[in-house]
Design a protein around this ligand. Structure first.
Ligand SMILES: Nc1ncnc2c1ncn2[C@@H]1O[C@H](COP(=O)(O)OP(=O)(O)OP(=O)(O)O)[C@@H](O)[C@H]1O
Ligand SMILES: [Mg+2]
Length: 334
């Protein structure tokens, strides 16, 4: 454990969307900490609240979304206490984000270099055009894109190249925290692999922290040193990725379900099974633990009480099975 200040502290954060059918509780009481230079993964099914949480960290919640509880600190700074001007500076210099629809973020009528120069010139006004130009070429080198593409327009580039450029731009001002929301989901497997390898390399060389968001459990557990698993807006488990194997039974039943759904080349005797049922409707969440209708181990207490994260064998798990006072309720679970 380091005694350094964490780069990101999410404290008891809840977020709701006001809708015609009532509030949609997209994120509920999430606590998560990222150390400097670490990669933490955030996994969960579609609609579990990953992007909503990421947008809240960047203070980019729009329209109907409201932060209804909690605090978000980046390098010790409360993101919601910044003035608009401070926030603008903070966003590129201290924290940045690669958006889920990253490839559509590039401006189609500007060359790659113009877009990079724009970032430097608007955030480092003291920088000369010549230096911004030079730095833009270096950013292309960094993500191994030929400098001749500086003059290309986005439509002239492949999906993988555009994604590399978006990542380069997010790193342009050397932030301490980069949130990557499904940065490779739209790409084919080979390109995805090469971009992930590059992200890993860049992170080692340039030392920044990444909150890496994906619905792909195996991808996240490979890339990140720690993984937070989200279900219906709540974290159900936060664990070191080495411990995320079926050989270790101390996990949330949802995590076990995710692990059983991964095809393993080496273990022929492990059957691949999906998790039966569907994620819940956030407008009418099940009572108690939101996972209980799908959980093979659920007991009556799971319908009544929301479990909170507790320390179990070096990880945090929100499941009544691990509460010594409720153990009697789970006599049916072997
Ligand atoms: N503008 C909105 N108005 C109302 N509800 C919304 C809005 N945006 C998102 N939601 C709801 O909030 C929940 C969380 O959405 P979010 O986009 O954060 O999920 P996600 O985990 O990022 O999903 P995905 O894997 O599909 O990107 C969803 O159930 C969604 O229906
Ligand atoms: Mg999302």
């Amino acid at each position: 454990m380091s005694n350094q200040q964490p780069v990101l502290e999410i404290r008891d954060v809840s977020i709701a969307y006001e809708t015609a059918v009532g509030p949609v509780q997209a994120v509920s009481h999430v606590n998560l900490t990222l150390d400097e230079n670490s990669i933490v993964g955030l996994v969960g099914e579609s609609g579990s609240g990953k992007s909503t949480l990421a947008n809240a960290v960047m203070r980019l919640l729009r329209g109907a979304a409201r932060l209804t509880s909690g605090q978000i600190l980046v390098k010790g700074q409360d993101v919601y206490a910044l003035s608009p001007q401070e926030l603008r500076r903070f966003r590129w210099n201290v924290m940045s984000m690669v958006f889920q629809s990253a490839m559509t973020v590039l401006n189609p009528v500007m060359t790659v270099e113009q877009q990079m120069i724009d970032v430097f010139r608007s955030h480092r006004p003291e920088m000369s055009v010549r230096e911004a130009h030079q730095r833009s070429l270096e950013l292309l080198d960094m993500v191994r894109i030929d400098r001749r593409h500086a003059r290309s327009y986005p439509h002239e580039l492949s999906g993988g190249m555009k994604q590399r450029i978006v990542i380069a731009i997010a790193l342009a001002l050397e932030p301490s925290l980069v949130i990557m929301d499904e940065p490779t989901t739209a790409l084919d497997v080979v390109v995805q692999r090469s971009i992930l390898d590059q992200i890993k390399e860049l992170q080692k060389e340039r030392r920044f922290a990444i909150l890496f968001i994906s619905h792909d459990f195996s991808l996240v557990s490979e890339l990140a040193s720690r993984v937070a698993i989200m279900y219906a807006g709540r974290l159900v488990e936060v664990a070191d990725s080495q411990g995320l194997t079926l050989a270790d039974p101390l996990h949330h039943p949802y995590t076990l379900g995710l692990m059983r759904a991964i095809p393993h080349l080496s273990a022929e005797d492990v059957e691949i099974e999906g998790i039966p049922g569907n994620p819940p409707n956030l407008v009418e969440l099940p009572t108690g633990c939101a996972y209980h209708p799908r959980c093979p181990s659920a007991s009556a207490v799971c319908e009544r009480e929301v479990p909170t994260l507790r320390q179990v064998g070096g990880r945090a798990i929100a499941c009544h099975i691990f509460d010594p006072e409720k153990r009697g309720e789970f006599a049916h679970v072997s």
